[in-house]
Design a protein around this ligand. Structure first.
Ligand code: C2O
Ligand code: CU
Ligand code: CU
Length: 520
């Protein structure tokens, strides 16, 4: 462990690119939802690798004489979103507001899409708890490519709990409260994004070898000796991380303050956590606990990604597999033009994500709050209980209850206002699946059959620290069964159609999605 951390710190010591932070315009510029009425999906170009231009897809907004790309949207709970999406690219697309409880049409779940040159009007009220939500494309058949090429950004909803926390800890977005969008990418020699999954990667999931944070490679920031808040999104197509803050060969303790759907009741002291595609974590790090003479490194620690899908369908290599043992494990086999010096991409590898240099700062005497918010009790009603069996059909498709996604057919229907518990069961010979529900956030009640790497971090009923929060995406490991409680109460008129899918985007494209109806 100490060797692993020392290696990570050595890697982080070489990071020399200032982290891209949300500013007042441009890429990730902060924009209140009340200050724009139109968003265009466009082709654009940014500099990711120093000195090279990378073509991307982006959400472009003009507001107050300024141009925003992938704006970080800001809203107060209760605000209205009124925006026209204009599709200026040559593929269908649609915006999905990940984590928000809105009606089926405004959810942008892909049951309706916007053709090239077309537009769609969104109109809804942001009624969810304060949290960092996000938005990304959801036209089935195009989701992994479009998200990978840049279509993704953040949406902050604030309420009174959030305002109180900011005040109590003296936090300012972009300075002492820092959003971190984690993404893995591959580039060709010209600096263009490379996305060319082989059949095996289309099944197993695409992982890239460059670990970007806010579209910055090998980033660093400076931070004072105070409590700093990180709001972290896993925006990868398929890679999960085992996050830790490390310094001087050891892990630092920190606090989990919130999950996908907002603040926890109280901060939980942890020293590592998994984060999977689609998930968000709200984290408080008290840098007064760190040694002032050394940098702190945000790391992904090594773990066994448990890719035991069996047969020759293996998607990408885990550390347990020698790099050259397989025929098509390497991204480079699909990518002859990639730069020769880049190491092969492997999920579960120990890597530095960002270096944090500690700087002298004004005296800071705030303390970690003991209460953050109040959460409704998670109600585990026994009935009706549904089983969601995750598996694959041996032909390159992932399945839910044996079925493949059919956008025309509702695979199940639930009654509006019902409180259901679902048992999501992953097969033993499988891959981890971050399962995401549209329309309703939910609570985790129990984990059964968890692998050792999860049990180590778990408490009562097998629950992980992030299972204490309101979530919209639950990571289900091979062999694991996770019981969740969902409250299907909503204020919208009429039947509502949503989807439930794996947020490993290639898995969803390969069938692991279902349509469900909430009957009025
Ligand atoms: Cu973030 Cu259906 O997706
Ligand atoms: Cu979603
Ligand atoms: Cu999956």
């Amino acid at each position: 462990m100490a060797d692993e951390i020392t290696g990570i710190e050595k890697e982080g010591a070489g990071f020399a690119n200032p982290l891209r932070l949300p500013g007042s315009s441009g890429l990730f510029g902060v924009l209140p939802v009340s200050e724009f009425r139109e968003v265009q999906v466009v082709r654009s170009e940014i500099e990711v690798l120093p000195g090279r231009r990378t073509p991307i897809l982006a959400y472009a907004v003009e507001s107050g004489g300024k141009t925003f790309l992938n704006p970080a949207l800001l809203a107060r709970r209760g605000d209205d979103m009124r925006v026209r999406l204009i599709n200026r690219i040559d593929q269908p697309t649609v915006i999905h507001w990940h984590g928000l409880s809105v009606d089926s049409r405004n959810d942008g779940n892909g049951l309706n899409v916007v053709p090239p040159g077309g537009s769609m009007d969104y109109a809804f009220t942001l009624s969810d708890r304060s949290s960092m939500y996000w938005y990304h494309p959801h036209a089935h058949g195009y989701i992994p490519q479009q998200a990978y090429h840049g279509l993704a950004s953040l949406l902050f909803v604030e309420d009174d709990d959030e305002t109180a926390l900011r005040k109590e800890l003296d936090l300012a977005l972009g300075d002492t409260e820092i959003p971190l969008v984690l993404q893995d990418r591959e580039f060709d020699a010209q600096g263009r994004l490379l996305y060319a999954p082989t059949a095996a990667q289309s099944f197993g999931g695409w992982v890239g070898n460059r670990l970007l944070v806010n579209l910055t490679e090998r980033p660093f920031i400076q931070a004072g000796r105070r409590i700093v808040r990180f709001r972290i999104l896993n925006g990868c197509n398929a890679r999960s991380y085992r996050l830790a803050f490390v310094q001087g060969g050891r892990r630092l303790g920190f606090y989990l303050a919130g999950t996908d759907g907002g603040l926890l009741a109280q901060p939980l002291r942890i020293d590592q956590t998994f984060i999977s595609p689609g998930q968000r974590l709200d984290v408080l790090v008290d840098l007064r606990e760190a040694d002032p003479g050394l940098p702190v490194t945000l790391a992904s620690l090594a773990f066994d990604p448990m890719h035991a899908e069996g047969g020759h369908d293996r998607g990408h290599a885990g550390p347990a597999t020698p790099p050259m043992a397989g025929m098509d494990h390497s991204q480079h086999s699909a990518a002859p033009t990639a730069e020769p010096s880049t190491p092969m991409a492997m999920e579960g590898e120990a890597r530095a994500l960002m270096r944090i240099d500690l700087k002298a700062s004004a005296k800071y005497e705030r303390r970690m709050p003991t209460v953050l918010s109040s959460l409704p009790a998670a109600i585990a009603s026994a009935n009706p209980q549904r089983r969601m069996q995750l598996g694959h059909n041996g032909k390159g498709n992932w399945t839910i209850n044996g079925g493949l996604f059919d956008p025309k057919v509702a695979a199940l229907s639930v009654q509006r206002g019902a409180r259901e518990t679902w048992l999501i069961e992953n097969a033993q010979l499988s891959m981890p699946h971050p399962m995401h529900l549209h329309g309703f956030s939910f609570r985790v009640i129990e984990r059964l059959g968890s692998p050792a790497l999860v049990r180590e971090l778990a408490g009562a009923r097998g629950l992980l620290p992030q299972d204490q929060g309101v979530i919209d995406t639950v990571h289900v490991w091979p062999g694991e069964s996770v019981r969740v409680a969902i409250d299907f109460t909503h204020p919208h008129a009429g039947d509502q159609d949503y989807v439930f899918h794996c947020h490993s985007l290639e898995h969803a494209e390969a069938g692991m999605m279902l349509r469900y109806t909430v009957k009025a």
